[in-house]
Design a protein around this ligand. Structure first.
Ligand SMILES: [Zn+2]
Ligand SMILES: [Zn+2]
Ligand SMILES: [Zn+2]
Length: 347
């Protein structure tokens, strides 16, 4: 398999137990789609129509405090509610199955400045966000009916983010959602079969190969995974084996802030644009013993070749399997060559 960079092949994703099709020869084909252009932040520090800016009234009628650091609140339009009925109604057919789904949804503003992003925040400012994520996780996981806490950020209109104000969402559920459930099974299987943690082992393979490691610090490694689906997908893995945010020590919390700053800055510099993405942390379920679980973050950015030309998951990808053209190794080289000094320094 010396010619992986030239011929179609499929790669195994052991964390999700699924394949991805890689078609590197297709990067030669002519491109006739839209052309990209650089994008810059709005420069608007306060937007009186933004429901996340300090002092503004939200749609539900509540007024945001004049917060100076981070600020969280329960989503006014939550997709999940704590008080769904406990019992399912009996189904007319075993093929028509439904279950009550309890949960809660919060919004966490990273910063009062409407114009900022993680990439353009300082490391101490990002550290305060890390602390807030940890506090939220700890409080929500302590509720006895919660089984999973999903922290995620949709960044940019291209990813459907309805508001540019720097913020993330926290959806906590009375069940373990499908993605972390599948990763739980894969990690459990690997631990039982080999006696080792899947991601500890995978990280050591990557650190030895040095083909897909974008960068690392003392506490985290940023890797374009062997099985990446999105062009510039990155897996951020804690160097130490631990299951969830509350287990990070002080140095690791700083390490996470440093890694987030460096990764998002490289992303923005890649196309000199505010790089859109969906990112989120995968942590152990909140109930039971989970020696298999290794804390990590996924970054799924849609951009392919410019600030506006994106990858679509359509056609064969919806009906067959995910597919990519640029190899993970090429994507790693592009991200390694991208500077850690932001192209738009903050005033
Ligand atoms: Zn705002
Ligand atoms: Zn591990
Ligand atoms: Zn994961």
């Amino acid at each position: 398999m010396d010619n992986l960079g030239q011929y179609p092949h499929r790669r195994w994703n052991p964390l999700r137990q699924a394949w991805v099709l890689v078609s590197p020869h297709r990067t030669q084909r002519p491109w006739q789609g839209e052309l990209g252009q650089k994008t810059a932040p709005s420069g608007i520090v306060y937007d009186r129509f933004c429901y996340l800016c300090p002092g503004n009234q939200r749609a539900g009628g509540q007024v945001n405090p004049f917060y100076e650091r981070v600020f969280s609140f329960e989503n006014d339009y939550a997709a999940l509610l704590p008080d769904s009925p406990a019992q399912a109604e009996s189904a007319a057919s075993p093929l028509l199955v439904a279950e009550p789904a309890r949960g809660l949804c919060k919004v966490l503003c990273y910063h009062p400045d409407h114009n900022l992003t993680l990439a353009r925040m300082t490391e101490p400012e990002i550290r305060r966000v890390v602390d807030a994520w940890t506090q939220e996780y700890r409080e929500i996981a302590a509720l006895d009916w919660i089984r999973y806490v999903q922290i995620f950020e949709n960044r940019g209109a291209m990813m459907g983010a309805s508001n540019p104000h720097p913020h993330c969402q926290i959806w906590a559920t009375g069940f373990v959602p499908d993605e972390p459930a599948a990763e739980t099974l894969a990690q459990q299987e690997h631990l039982h079969r080999t006696g080792h943690c899947l991601l500890c082992e995978y990280m050591e393979v990557e650190r030895a190969a040095q083909q897909r490691v974008v960068f690392e610090n003392d506490h985290f490694a940023a890797i374009v995974p062997w099985w990446a689906t999105w062009p510039f997908e990155v897996l951020l893995i804690s160097r130490r084996h631990l299951p969830a945010l509350p287990e990070l020590n002080d140095g690791e919390q700083d390490g996470l802030a440093d890694a987030l700053k460096r990764l998002t800055t490289r992303y923005d510099n890649l196309f000199e644009a505010s790089f859109p993405y969906t990112m989120g942390f995968h942590q152990s379920p909140t109930h039971g013993e989970h020696p298999e679980w290794h804390f990590h973050a996924h970054f799924y950015p849609p951009l392919l070749r410019s600030a506006t030309v994106r990858k679509f998951m359509v056609g064969f990808e919806m009906l067959g399997m995910p597919q990519r053209d640029i190899t993970p190794e090429d994507a790693t080289e592009r991200l390694r060559a991208s500077s850690e000094e932001h192209f738009l320094p903050r005033a």
